[in-house]
Each structure stands twice: as C-alpha cells, then as structure tokens.
Ligand binder design. Sequence first.
Ligand SMILES: Cc1ncc(COP(=O)(O)O)c(C=O)c1O
Length: 444
Amino acid sequence: MFPNTGSRSRLLHSRATLSLPGGNSRHTVYFPPYPIYAVRGEGARVIDADGVSRLDLINNYSSLIHGHNHPKIVEAVVEQAHKLLAVALPTEAEVELAEILCDRLPSVEQVRFANSGTEGVMMAIKAARAYTGRRLIAKIEGAYHGSSDSAAVSTSPAPNRWGDARYPTSVAEPGSGPGTADDMLVLSMNDVEAGRASLRQHGSELAGVLIDPLVKNLAFQPASPEFLAMLREETTAAGALLIFDEVYSLRLGFNGAQQALGVRADLTALGKIIGGGLPVGAVGGSAEIMTALFDPRPGKVRLAHGGTYNANPLTMAAGSASMKLFDREAFDRLSLLGDRLRAGFEEIIRITGVPATVRGKTSMVGLFQGRMTGGTYRDVVAQMKSSPAIVERSARFFEHMLNNGVFFGAAGFFVLSTALTEADIDFVLDKTLDGFRMLATLPD
Ligand SMILES: Cc1ncc(COP(=O)(O)O)c(C=O)c1O
C-alpha cells in the first residue's frame, strides 16, 4: 500500500534527502508524502523498490514511446555500447537519425542534435535571434518549454505579477539573467486579436514566436487553427521565425504536429521520443536557415554550438531504432488506444457524475478533476482555486490508482506507449471507475 512508512521507497527517500535537495533531481517526479522509487521496467510495466508492478501510463513524460526495454532498442544500444560509447568525432549513427527525422518532418531539412528538449528549445530561440538579428521572442503564458531562462518566462507567473489578461506581463523565473523578461513577449493562448496586435506592435524587434500546439501544462489545451494561422501570418509579415516546440507534440501526427495541423514552421524543437528513451534534444529547420547558423566550415559559423554529448552514439542508436519502430501502423494503433482511454474516461464521468474533464489527442490523454472551461493559463489557475476539493480529489485518485496497479502523471496526465494493449487500457478504465465511485462519496 502507498503510502507506507515501512516501505523501501520511503526509506530511500529519507536517505535521498541527505544528499539531494528534498531528495530530488527533477521536480515532476516528486509527489507527497514521498515518491515511489523505480527499480525495473518491463514493457508496459514499471516495478518499484518494494517489488510492486504497475502499468506505466506516463512513460517518462512521453520519451518512452515503446515502453520499457523494447528488445530492438535494447539490442541497438547494447550493440552500439560494445562498439563505441562516446567519441570526439561524428558517427554514422547521427547521420542515420538525422535522415530519419528529415524524411519524416516536412519542414525539417536539417537537424542539429543536443541532449534535452530544454536545449533544443534554447537553441531554437538562440537561432531565431541570431538569424534575424533581433531580440524579442513571443511565447504563450503558462506554456512550458523547458528550463532555459527565456523559455521559462511566464511559465507559472503569480497573479500579483501577471498583469493584463490579454496583454500579459513578461515574468522571469527567479535566478534568470537581467533582461530576460524584457526580451520576451507574452501572449494569451488562442486570443487571436490581442496576439495579432502585440506581434504587430513589436514587429520590428520580433525574432520569433514559440508555440507548442498542444500545451500540456494548460491541461492539453490545443492551439486553435485561427491562432496558428495568425502566428504564421504575423511572423512572416514581420520577417520573424515561427518556432514549433514539438518536444511533446511530435506525437500529434505520424509526420509530426505541423503536418497534422497544416502549418509549416521555420524552426522545430524536438526531444523526448526521438531519442528512444535516452537523453536527447534537437532543433531542425530549412537547410537555408540551419546551414546559415550552424555550418562549422571555415568562415561560416554564426552560432557557436558545442556539447560533449551532442549526437552521442548511444542516443542516436536508440533513437533510430525507436523511430523505425514507430511506423504509421504503430502510430495509428497508439492513437486508437488514446481514443479508447478518452472515451472510457468520458463514460466513467457520465456514470459516476464526478465533475472531471477529459482532454488530449492521439496518444496524449488528460483526465483532470473539475469541469474545465476555457484554455488560458488564467482559466487553469481560476479552476484550481475555485475549489480546494480539486487538489484533494486529484491526490486521492492518484493514490487510489497507485494502489491498484496504475502509475500516471499525478496531475492527470496519461501518455501512452506501444507496449500497452487494449486489455491494459480496459484495466486502467476498471480501476478508474472504482476510483471515481470513491470520489463520488467525497464532499464537493
Ligand atoms: C513542450 C516541452 N518543451 C520542452 C521540454 C523540455 O524537455 P526536457 O525535459 O527534455 O528538457 C518539455 C519537457 O517536458 C516539454 O514538455
């Protein structure tokens, strides 16, 4: 049972707090009163330090598109490890993964590898500034794009600092460099009119607009087609670059989010699934932009970009194996599993009458306590504040699922892997129904 003061996870966490701040290396993996410690993965399942096996419905927040230890990915990594772990030379493995990505993503003719989605976005921002010679990057209030200074602006601003709802104030994270907030322009999600006015007002300083078309931490809020069209029009008119963050939302289409949504970006930040489960990030775009910025041949380089582990052979081998496995059939099957989970959740809400909201697309599914309306950051904050019961219900549901063999993202995120079966999804739905029956007995 979780929590359990005598459990090995509890003891490991106590021990961890001595050598790691709060026992933690990554905020999203902490949950109270202590996180469960993982020992092993097997396909769709993760086994914890107390020997408890659970279905993994978060898949390392998306990176494990094929679940744990897929034999073909493990084989590729082991084979590569026997040949070469790391080297201060390029390898064929990076050419292969680059070719796979360029074939698959229509706006990506060339790609530059890094080690995390944070770095991919950071390089995309830097590239847009270097290419245009301008300073200002626009982003959506509440959207998470990793932890670099610029990208982290207004990810979770406090109400006393966020300013006007339609023309939000740019708020830098504590510890950001001076000028960080001034070099960012913050837009409200899907407000076409205000967004257009802001971009026009700052057009001559605008280097780029950064957009994730399905914002996970706005409860999987999709960007509307009108909003995306406006961003494309205004960036083109201003001579600025449109940057898609597909670190997560590459999952929206077999050929990525842009193909699925009918938009062509100038730069695309990548991460997560393209590394087959190992650390990865990348920025891609047209050969014209990418070569102008990153070509290292004498007299050419405009943007310095080093990185001891860029395109490291293990990640490249895992990424190629993983992307080959994620063919059209696998993509379609995974999307159907997502549909099955969403439909089942909707049905459970209907049967139990528990106020909750189902969101997400393809293999990304959200199940959030409370009835959500609107899709801006401020709507999400207002929703959370509207009832203290929402936080309590989320925690109770998470605990119920942990104690019934299902692990997911505590705030309500389910990100699927091809290792899951229809029977696994039905198991999750059974346990969800029990959980919602329990929630129905709680006071509002
Ligand atoms: C949309 C988006 N961009 C960027 C990142 C940063 O990626 P990483 O955690 O690999 O640094 C994330 C991570 O969750 C993300 O969801």
